[in-house]
Design a protein around this ligand. Structure first.
Ligand code: PXL
Length: 274
């Protein structure tokens, strides 16, 4: 049976991040994807491409979730930028009505957009306990765990353990470009074992969409039969190729190229796991 995956996320009209990224990643796995939109991100070309966020009314988010969940039996659900407290609560209620694998990308900020409403407590109370996999970056991990800014793998592991204690079954902390050093390092904690994933940083560019695409790849990987660890490794590989082949644009933050692992793989990309 073809896997069906739902993303609950914002729209990034520039195409690298958000639900646009998610749907492209779902395609890479042969999964059928659809999206419930929570907010729309546009950019002001006359103001340095400053982000402008428009939140979708929670009733409309609710209607989208009710419609699509009545139409389809999903195999997995992923969430990204939720925009408002009310939309996050609506999602939490819907998730409680089933036990689908849920990949939670706890987006608190978005590159270039500053902090959104303070969603931290809401996330910890309502969505972290429902997550099959949660994928915070360094900032999100430190915020959710309530610890100092993270600048080391040890700090990533500390945060992962705290977030696991808050109820997430698997925690992936993304070191990405922000962690100093030649490697992009992510760690996975499943409650027992810490797995470290490394790939060489392939360029120094700022790339939009890596976080969204990583989480949606994990969701599609799980939905199409990979175990959690293999889904995380596959996601890292796809994102690393997407970064290596990123597309420049007028904003100065390049767009991740989602099909790169399939259509233009880079010989310098490889992921090691230990
Ligand atoms: O990367 C965070 C993010 C999430 N969702 C949407 C975005 C962004 C950043 O650009 O636009 C819709």
């Amino acid at each position: 049976m073809t896997a069906k995956v739902l993303t609950v996320a914002g729209s990034d009209v520039s195409g690298g991040a958000g639900l646009e990224a998610d749907l492209k990643m779902f395609d890479e796995y042969g999964a059928f994807g659809t999206a419930a939109v929570t907010c729309i991100v546009t950019f002001d070309p006359n103001d340095g491409f400053a982000h402008v966020l428009e939140f979708i009314e929670p009733e409309v988010v609710t209607r989208q979730l009710e419609s699509t969940m009545a139409v389809h039996e999903f195999t997995a659900i992923k969430s990204g930028m939720l925009g408002s407290v009310d939309s996050a609560l609506v999602l939490a209620e819907k998730l409680k009505t089933n036990d689908l694998p849920y990949v939670f990308d706890p987006v608190l900020v978005c590159k270039g957009a500053g902090t959104m409403v303070d969603l931290k407590d809401l996330f910890v109370e309502n969505l972290v306990p429902l997550a099959t996999v949660i994928t915070p970056n360094l900032e999100e991990a430190a915020t959710l765990a309530g610890i100092d800014p993270i600048d080391s793998v040890e700090g990533m592991v500390e945060a992962a353990k705290i977030i696991h204690g808050q109820g997430a079954k698997n925690v992936v902390v993304k070191g990405g470009a922000r962690l100093a050093g030649d490697d992009a390092i992510d760690i996975l904690f499943d409650g027992e074992t810490v797995t470290t994933l490394r790939s060489r940083k392939v360029n120094n560019k700022l790339v939009n969409g890596a976080g969204c695409s990583f989480a949606s790849s994990i969701a599609a990987g799980i939905a199409t039969g990979l175990d959690i660890k293999d889904a995380v490794v596959s996601a890292k590989d796809k994102v690393a190729h997407g970064i290596a082949n990123c597309l420049d644009n007028a904003t100065g933050v390049a767009s991740l190229y989602h099909p790169a692992a399939r259509v233009s793989p880079s010989p310098e990309v490889s992921v090691t796991v230990d």
